[in-house]
Design a binder for this molecule. Structure first.
Ligand code: SF4
Length: 337
């Protein structure tokens, strides 16, 4: 998982002209309704004043939480020009925004470029028209395709966000979404197993039996399969799953485990190790992985280890730290005794 310093500033839902069935920005970000512009800018300045000079060149001021390019133009440009002022002071070296595919065009991109935006994350969520319609996303697959092309043509770093377990989605449609995001030139990706928050239309659909959330096991498996598409394509995974929060813990349905991302990473490792080992009945596996990744195998009651033993039928497993730079583990088999 790629790490970098983001200075997050939440711009609430008010910018978004739509209401996707799963959306509850207030629940996700923990931030409420739109503030007046003056207090919003004051808050942004206070945050940036508290940050000090950036130590790495990947440090970004990140506007998250709504559809940034859909907010009122004066508000958007005021936020951007304040961020640009702090970039000149060395607090960060770029600006990251997130938005919807149908809120991108050449004119908007020229404005973003003028203020020093470097990365644009698109909420693509699915590239299955039926899923987009069931989620009431209000945009089409073609909008996503066009937006990605324009973003790349204008020289921005492109981030693709997708979700796991949306209404109407299947494991195959999710894999296809990941492949499309790769094909459209994404440099980075985020994968979010769906969480059903109270107060959303999706919550009503769940209570009415019109939507059945994935089990945690299924969400972890499907997310891991999509993440592998990104890893194999050399695309940086910025995040898997929502940040842990009180709101997340209170979500009544869906993949609301506070460490779902670590569970997915454990499964990715476990799948790779299982396929390297193959059928291993009667053998013990010796697995070497980066020291910092060991907890992905041994955490959560050794869930990933149990999965490897089950899928390979090995008699045991020994996990050793290695000084690898790479993500991939190595596996040796030997007979016990
Ligand atoms: S596009 Fe994003 S912010 Fe707008 S309703 Fe959908 S999920 Fe919420």
């Amino acid at each position: 998982m790629k790490t970098h310093r983001n200075i997050p500033f939440f711009v609430p839902h008010a910018g978004c002209p739509h209401c996707c069935v799963f959306c509850s920005q207030v629940k996700i970000t923990g931030h409420g309704a739109e503030k007046d512009l003056e207090s919003e800018l004051r808050e942004l300045r206070a945050l940036l004043d508290s940050c000090g000079e950036a130590k790495d060149k990947e440090s970004r001021i990140a506007f998250f939480g709504g559809s940034f390019t859909a907010i009122e133009r004066n508000r958007m440009e005021s936020l951007l020009s304040t961020a640009a002022e702090y970039i000149r002071k060395g607090v960060a070296s770029g600006i990251r925004i997130s938005t919807r595919p149908d809120c991108i065009d050449g004119e908007i991109l020229a404005v973003l470029k003028k203020y020093g935006v470097t990365e644009i994350e698109l909420g693509i969520q699915s590239t299955d028209e039926r899923v987009l319609a069931l989620c009431e996303r209000g945009h089409t697959v073609r909008d996503s395709d066009n937006a990605c092309r324009l973003i790349k043509e204008h020289g921005f770093t492109l981030g693709g966000q997708m979700m796991i377990g949306l209404p109407g989605a299947t494991a195959e449609s999710e894999l296809q979404t990941a492949r499309d995001i790769v094909a459209w030139g994404a440099d980075e990706a985020r994968v979010y197993p769906l969480v059903v928050f109270e107060g959303t239309k999706l919550c009503e659909m769940t209570l009415a039996g019109e939507y059945v959330p994935l089990s945690e096991e299924e969400a972890v498996k499907r997310a891991a399969d999509c993440c592998r598409v990104f890893i194999n394509a050399g695309i940086a995974l910025l995040r898997i799953g929502l940040h842990a929060s009180e709101n997340l813990a209170e979500a009544p349905f869906g993949a609301n485990h506070p460490a779902i991302g670590e569970k997915v990473q454990g499964r990715i490792y476990a799948d790779i190790i299982s396929s390297l080992a193959g059928e291993s009945a009667g053998s013990v596996l010796e697995v070497k992985i980066r020291r910092e990744d060991i907890s992905m195998l041994t955490g959560f009651g050794r869930e990933a280890i149990g999965y490897i033993l089950k899928t390979t039928r090995a008699d045991g497993i020994k996990v050793l730290p290695a000084r690898y730079r790479r993500f991939y583990p190595s596996v040796k088999k030997y007979l016990p005794g």
